[in-house]
Design a binder for this molecule. Structure first.
Ligand code: MN
Length: 299
């Protein structure tokens, strides 16, 4: 069974005590299994307080982040790489202390618009650092998932195939691919085929729609996406991600280009997304069963 989660930015822009408590309580109230909290700066998260809220609400947590130009582990600058590695290790510590299992996002390079393609050396540096951080993460049962995002948000992993290649280069059992349908819709030739090709390398999945608003209100053929996930027997976490200028503040607003107000009511958006995801998964499972069991001749 896939655990279903929601991104904290559906609720709150930050992670102060009040924001953390509200976001966790609302996630549980709607019925999600976990919340995904952004950890762009892991030092802003109080793990003791966060864990207490999670335990009271009875839900889990995962984290996501991206590196900055100043902490890019694919950089030729050793100081930047050192800061990046430190940030990743800090995120692992926060995740461990909060009881989380996954850290996703752009862990391999800059979360931002790069002005040049990656170099072979940069990719090798990134893979080496990720391997070292993965060893530390493994001691706490944490999996690092490398999010494949579109060309305007990073420069190493823009397609699922590149994500698989990067994961193979890191070569650690607790490093997997993190795919996001919003980004796949921009970069892949065939979303269902890209999912099938990723296969067992897939460790984490983000749903959303073409404009990152209400799930199902954009142009992505989500029924085909959920069928592909069910067909490949994907059992990992699925997080709903949606951004509106109603909640998102800087720096994410600027990096992601959140200029429009796509929704007002977080609760309505999140409840609908959970219902929609469950319905899509159920429909996809029934479609599989039709093919396997119910379309046979009697014996
Ligand atoms: Mn995403």
């Amino acid at each position: 069974m896939n655990k279903l989660g929601v991104h904290a930015l559906v609720w709150e822009a930050g992670w102060s005590e009040d924001e953390c408590a509200r976001a966790i309580a609302r996630t549980a109230e709607v019925g999600f299994d976990f919340i995904e909290a952004p950890a762009l700066d892991p030092s802003l998260i109080d793990p003791v307080f966060t864990r207490r809220q999670l335990e009271a609400a009875g839900i889990g947590i995962n984290f996501s982040l991206g590196l900055s130009f100043d902490s890019d582990i694919s950089s030729g600058d050793a100081d930047k790489r050192r800061r990046g590695r430190q940030k990743l290790e800090d995120a692992v510590a926060v995740c461990r202390d909060c009881g989380g299992e996954f850290i996703g996002g752009i862990l391999y390079s800059v979360f931002g618009k790069y002005d040049r393609p990656p170099t072979a050396d940069g990719i090798a540096q990134s893979a080496e650092t990720l391997g070292a951080v993965a060893e530390i993460a493994a001691r706490s049962g944490i999996t690092l998932v490398l999010e494949v995002v579109n060309r305007y948000e990073t420069n190493i992993c823009n397609t699922a195939a590149q994500g698989v290649e990067m994961v193979r280069r890191v070569g650690a059992p607790n490093v997997k691919v993190h795919l996001d349908v919003y980004h796949m819709n921009i970069e892949e030739s065939d979303i269902a085929a890209a999912l099938a090709d990723t296969g067992e390398y897939l460790g984490y999945f983000h749903t959303g729609d073409s404009h990152r608003g209400y799930l199902g209100s954009g142009t992505i053929d989500l029924a085909q996406v959920f069928r592909a996930l069910v067909r490949m027997k994907y059992q990992g976490p699925i997080t709903f991600e949606s951004f509106s200028s109603r909640v998102v503040g800087q720096p994410l607003e600027g990096i992601l280009g959140i200029w429009r107000n796509l929704w007002e009511d977080s609760h309505d958006l999140a409840s609908h997304a959970l219902m929609y995801t469950k319905a899509q998964l159920k429909a996809a499972q029934e479609a599989e069963r039709q093919a396997r069991e119910r379309s046979r001749l009697p014996v």
